[in-house]
Design a binder for this molecule. Sequence first.
Ligand code: DGP
Length: 116
Amino acid sequence: MSDPNCLFCKIAAREVPAEILRESDRVVAFRDVNPQAPTHILLIPKEHIESLAEVGDAHGSLLADIVQAAAHLARTEGIDEGGWRFVSNVGPDAGQAVFHLHFHLLGGRPMGWPPG
Ligand code: DGP
C-alpha cells in the first residue's frame, strides 16, 4: 500500500514535514514546496499509485474523493470565483517528477492555455 522510498508516502505518513491542509482516511492535501501560483496544493491518495496510468476500475471512488477535496479546498482558499486548474502530470513528457499519483490544484492568478 505504501512505498518506503516514496517521498509522498512519507509526507502522508508525516515522516517528512509538509503543510497539510486536509486529510481523510484515503486522501491528503498539502501545499507544494515550489508554488507556481498563489494557491498551489497537491492532492494525493494515501495508497501508493505511481500515476494516473496505473489507475484501475477499483479507484473510481478514490478519484471522486480527490476531486471533491479539491473543490472544497478551492472554496476555502478563496479561488473558486476566479477559477482554478486541476492537473496531473503523467510521465516524462508531462514533467512528472514524483512517481506517486498527485494532482496540482492551482489558482489565484490568470493562467494561459495551452500550458508550456
Ligand atoms: P510533478 O512535476 O507533477 O511530479 O510535481 C511534483 C511536485 O511536487 C512539484 O510541484 C514540487 C512538489 N514537491 C517536490 N518535493 C516536495 C516536498 O518535499 N514537499 C512538498 N510539499 N512538495 C514537494
